[in-house]
Every structure is written in C-alpha cells, then in structure tokens.
Design a protein around this ligand. Structure first.
Ligand code: 5GP
Length: 145
C-alpha cells in the first residue's frame, strides 16, 4: 500500500470544504444526498465530479443509500453531458486508494465526456474558470429543464 494512502476521513479535505461552503466551485447539481460540480483540472472538456454528502474516504465506506444517490445523480449528469456536448461517449471512473491514483480522499465519481483511447492525464492542467462556469450553467440548465 502507498505511504500516501488515507483510510481515516479528513474533515479538511478539499471536497469536505466545498460541502461546508468554505471554498468556491462550479455547481452542476445538488440534492439532499449528493453534489455535482466541474472538475477544476479536467481530463476532457465537461469533466464533472459527483460526491455524496457522507464522510466516505472511498467505496469501502460508502453507505448504500448514498451509493444509490450518487448513481442516480451520475445518470442525470451524464444525460446532460450527452445533450450539452453532443457526444455519446462518457467515461464513469472512480479511484479507491492512493495506489489507484486517488488524490482527494472523499469518495467521488468522475464523469468524463471522452473516450478511453483519448483520455488526457489526471488532475494536471487547470481549466479556464470562465469556461468552467459556462459549462456548469449549460449542464445545470439541461438537468433542471
Ligand atoms: P482523484 O484523483 O481523487 O480520483 O480525483 C480528484 C479530482 O479532483 C481530480 O480530477 C482533480 O482535478 C479534482 N480537484 C482537485 N482539487 C480540486 C478543486 O479544488 N476543485 C475542483 N473542482 N476539483 C478539484
């Protein structure tokens, strides 16, 4: 196991701070159990993260009701991505543990409008803030239409 592996939930991880409203993000969707927002270092245009409002480091900790809620929110987000970005292909990805490449230790699902043959690198290049804002608005409009 990697030395960076984290098994204890850290209340100060970046996604916990978002849920507390302590740092800004581009919201796509929210309900009582989940939050979806634009990934700040996308692997492709329109990369969204879906998180549960539960303190779960990874899949091992995720409670069934939150697992179901994350999946239902993911379906909504993917439908919006297909509509907004006019492409069928969306990768659903989720990393468990530092060894797998997980860098934020609050469970999250990646929804990346891309192809496994074209996928860019993970968490490398910061996206333009204004572009992320537009994409979040477009996706939210498609979900809430
Ligand atoms: P992981 O490597 O844990 O599967 O994915 C973490 C993701 O969180 C990465 O894709 C990374 O780009 C994204 N991320 C890291 N910090 C922030 C942030 O401050 N805001 C947003 N919106 N995404 C972030």
């Amino acid at each position: 196991m990697s030395q960076n592996n984290q098994t204890q939930y850290d209340d100060n991880n970046i996604f916990a701070k978002m849920l507390k409203g302590d740092i800004p993000y581009h919201k796509v969707y929210e309900d009582d159990k989940t939050l979806a927002f634009m990934d700040i270092m996308p692997q492709a245009k329109g990369h969204v993260l879906v998180i549960p409002k539960q303190k779960a480091v990874d899949l091992a900790d995720l409670e069934p009701e939150y697992a179901a809620a994350v999946l239902m929110t993911s379906k909504k987000v993917m439908a919006a991505q297909r509509q907004v970005f006019e492409r069928e292909g969306v990768i659903q990805m989720q990393l468990n543990g530092a060894q797998a490449g997980q860098t934020v230790f609050h469970y999250h699902v990646h929804l990346v409008p891309s192809s496994i043959h074209e996928l860019g690198r993970h968490a490398v290049t910061q996206a333009d803030n204004a572009e992320l804002a537009v994409q979040a608005e477009q996706l939210a409009a498609a979900i809430y239409a």
